[in-house]
Design a protein around this ligand. Structure first.
Ligand SMILES: [Zn+2]
Length: 115
């Protein structure tokens, strides 16, 4: 086992701190409304307006609503992934048979529309 030598160069990889921001968490009782995009957008916009009204020196463009989007399977809620090259069902959903069946049905429907 070799000890890591200090080469005097930069650490690999180098950690860079960027995109600094202050986030305001949504109240716990809002959870469960997450699926309703319109409702959550309205609630977050109301909270944004409250912050702008009550905090000195904050520019309205500095307070933004951010949300992470993730593609998930509508049947099993797994992160959406497709079968990689080398698998017999390449390009099909990787998570569950229901998604694979629905995908096959969608492809058949598209083919029918084309013909
Ligand atoms: Zn699935």
């Amino acid at each position: 086992m070799s000890e890591q030598q200090d080469t005097g160069g930069p650490a690999l990889p180098t950690v860079r701190y960027e995109n600094w921001r202050v986030e305001v968490a949504v109240p716990p009782m809002w959870r469960g409304h997450d699926e309703d995009v319109n409702d959550m957008t309205k609630r977050c916009e109301q909270r944004r307006q409250e912050i702008l009204r009550h905090v000195d020196g904050v520019n309205k463009n500095d307070v933004t609503i951010e949300v992470d989007k993730r593609e998930v399977c509508p049947f099993c809620d797994s992160t959406w992934e497709l079968m990689p090259e080398g698998y017999p069902d390449v390009g099909y959903p990787a998570c569950c048979p229901k998604a694979q069946d629905a995908y096959a049905a969608m492809l058949a429907e598209r083919k029918r529309e084309k013909d």
